[in-house]
Design a protein around this ligand. Structure first.
Ligand code: ADP
Length: 271
């Protein structure tokens, strides 16, 4: 294992202390193997995602150069688009890797989630209206204050709402529903549900949506500028709040993303 052969297993010949040590060794070896596989997958994913915009940039630059003569500024616009996409991808990757490594700092404080949602919706309204999509915020909770990092949690709602607007065709609608509930452990929680009446998400995709780079329709999403990292980042931020995030088919058609945040976060022991 010291030479990097993770996953090697030793034979467990007894049930005494030697057997326990051997079994602990085997499980450690498997965990190291899984981590190594994850690291390789991430590296392959990053290389793959970076290659596409770089190839496009190179192709376009070659084409412009071969044309000779002066280049009109508007012919540089597609290059700028690719650069913006690349910068966004690298920025998202940086944020996600920091979050996964537990290196992001959070400023937890008493936060009115309704207030955060109102501001996030206001920010997106002009763009949504331009696309002919209505956004409605429905608050059914009496208590909407809890301990959270307002910036990070607003980023979560922003990612969900941007997706909802993006994947919903013109004329559609997006609802944001705020409710007080109890989770499986019977603890009081606040749920934020972002529902749209877009095309929805097939059940086969639901378990993978929060994986890095996962897209249900790769070509379409890549062309329209998604990095496939928005939901992975949202998940990390929600987990840091000891909350949960999941997706399901919305009661109408379309998709529903549900974020659950514990009211007692401030009182829970540190993890
Ligand atoms: P992207 O930047 O591609 O949107 P995300 O991580 O935010 O990446 O989302 C991952 C994938 O989940 C998207 O590419 C899309 O296929 C799917 N998805 C996310 N939100 C919705 C939605 N509201 N309706 C339909 N599909 C969605």
């Amino acid at each position: 294992m010291g030479a990097g052969n993770f996953g090697d297993q030793v034979r467990i010949a007894s049930r005494d202390e030697y057997g326990k040590v051997a079994s602990a060794f085997n499980s450690m070896s498997m965990q190291l193997k899984r981590r190594e596989e994850l690291r390789r997958c991430l590296l392959a994913g990053v290389a793959h995602e970076l290659r596409t915009p770089l190839t496009i940039l190179q192709g376009k630059l070659d084409y412009l150069q071969q044309g000779g003569g002066l280049i009109e500024p508007e012919r540089l616009l597609p290059l700028q688009d690719e650069l913006i996409r690349l910068t966004r991808l690298v920025g998202d990757l940086h944020e996600l890797s920091q979050a996964e490594a537990g290196k992001l700092s959070y400023e937890f404080k008493e936060t009115d989630i309704r207030d955060v949602l109102e501001r996030t919706v206001d920010r997106l309204l002009p763009g949504a209206e331009e696309k002919g999509i209505g956004i409605r915020l429905v608050n059914k909770a009496v208590r909407t204050h809890l301990t959270a990092d307002p910036n990070r949690i607003s980023q979560v709602f922003l990612n969900l709402l941007v997706n909802a607007i993006h994947y919903t065709p013109s004329g559609g609608s997006v609802d944001v529903l705020l409710q007080e509930r109890r989770n499986q452990a019977d603890e009081p929680v606040l749920t934020v549900e972002v529902r749209d009446n877009g095309p929805g998400i097939g059940p086969e995709h639901l378990p993978h949506l929060f994986d890095r780079f996962y897209r249900t329709d790769e070509a379409r999403s890549r062309n329209s500028g998604g990095t496939g990292l928005g939901l992975a980042i949202a998940k990390e931020f929600v987990l840091a709040h000891r909350g949960e995030i999941r997706a399901q088919k919305s009661p109408g058609a379309g998709s529903a993303f549900i974020v659950t945040l514990p009211f007692d976060f401030g009182k829970l022991p540190p993890s």
